[in-house]
Design a protein around this ligand. Structure first.
Ligand code: FE2
Length: 362
């Protein structure tokens, strides 16, 4: 019996080269509200962080304020990307003790942080590539995010896009490393294999992948772990590894209760999505059966649909959100289905491969 509980995703921290401009994109394009800040004005001399929130989703956007920092080196190696996938826990010290005892490498020991609004405990371990997991325990904290952050003082407002919570976060691994990363989650966290897909399920003429979805006990935290599989040409997973220079977070999937309204709004805000070929919709009803949404609307917006025994789900993927073909976002609405869109992988891959071809990387 474990002596701590992982409750849910807490937040994702991204290391980016210009946090101020990134925060502007998250606000005006994705509809997140800046709620907290730390930087020179709050006494943080080496780094600046903006905390962006929409419903239960929080991103922390961090940039260095001086040279030769761990943040700067991370950005140099990987470009902008996810540094930390953090989990809300009931006991950060117990989580750190247990996971490090079971073989996880510590990044920082449990520490109590406090300000006038209360206290919290955080501790951090390493996972794949240069990515970390931070345990966040803030049961005695009444501020907006964590001690050390001030309420964001600005009159900026956000127009929410209907994003509700993080559905899953995907880690891309180098060829042959998927199993050992899944073993890590099994051994260190006691997670289970929720769903798998192999190269017989997902392949186009050119490329394919293998994926195992790892989930915690309450299945609120789901992390698909991917690796490239051999194809005639370069797998999109390999392209990620080449440009990220290591394993790392490939995409964060965010849920919505109305994907049509969310995607209309995101498109109006200038978010770019992977295009879906018209031919995908010609056979959609045969494959999925009747659904609540109008197929023409889905087709105009490029939204994909897949089903399993429990229901169906709708999803769409953004193009990479930085110049390197690395991190992107998924928007997902689940209507009964808890799976990961196996039926869409082929259409999705073909769309990604057209983009890869344009980049000269196929
Ligand atoms: Fe996904």
């Amino acid at each position: 019996m474990k002596n701590y509980t992982l409750k849910a995703f807490d937040h994702c921290e991204l290391y980016v080269s210009n946090a101020k401009q990134a925060a502007h994109y998250y606000r005006t394009a994705l509809g997140f509200l800046p709620i907290a800040y730390k930087g020179l004005e709050t006494g943080s001399r080496d780094r600046v962080s903006y905390v962006m929130k929409q419903n239960k989703i929080r991103f922390v956007l961090t940039s260095p304020l001086e040279k030769n920092t761990e943040i700067g080196h991370h950005i140099d190696a990987h470009g902008d990307g996810v540094k930390d996938v953090s989990f809300t826990v009931d006991d950060a010290e117990a989580a750190w003790k247990e996971t490090t005892r079971l073989g996880a490498e510590s990044v920082s020991k449990p520490k109590m942080i406090e300000d006038e609004r209360g206290e919290a405990v955080t501790a951090t371990i390493k996972t794949f590539g240069e990515t970390n997991h931070t345990f966040v325990q803030r049961n005695n904290y009444g501020g907006v995010f964590l001690p050390g952050y001030n309420v964001f003082e600005d009159d900026s407002i956000a127009d929410p896009t209907g994003l509700v919570h993080i559905d899953h976060i995907v880690g891309n691994q180098a060829d042959g490393e998927m199993q050992q990363v899944c073993d890590f989650y099994e051994k260190v966290f006691g997670w289970h294999r929720f769903w798998t897909v192999d190269d017989n399920d997902i392949s186009t003429e050119f490329s394919s992948l293998r994926s195992i979805v790892m989930a915690n006990e309450n299945e609120k935290i789901k992390m698909p772990i991917n690796e490239p599989a051999d194809g005639l040409k370069k797998s999109q997973i390999q392209e990620f590894i080449d440009y990220y220079e290591s394993a790392g977070v490939q995409h964060v999937a965010m849920s919505t209760k109305n994907i049509i309204n969310t995607v209309i709004k995101l498109r109006q805000n200038g978010v770019d999505f992977l295009p879906t070929p018209q031919s995908y919709y010609d056979t959609l009803i045969d494959r999925i059966g009747e659904i609540d949404e109008d197929i023409n609307t889905l087709s105009e917006l490029g939204i994909l649909v897949d089903k399993d025994d429990d229901g169906y789900m709708l999803q769409i993927f953004t193009k990479p959100i930085q110049d390197r073909p690395t991190l992107f976002y998924e928007i997902i609405q689940r209507k009964g289905s808890n799976s990961f869109g196996k039926g869409n992988f082929k259409a999705l891959f073909e769309s990604i491969e057209r983009e890869q071809h344009q980049r000269g990387n196929l």
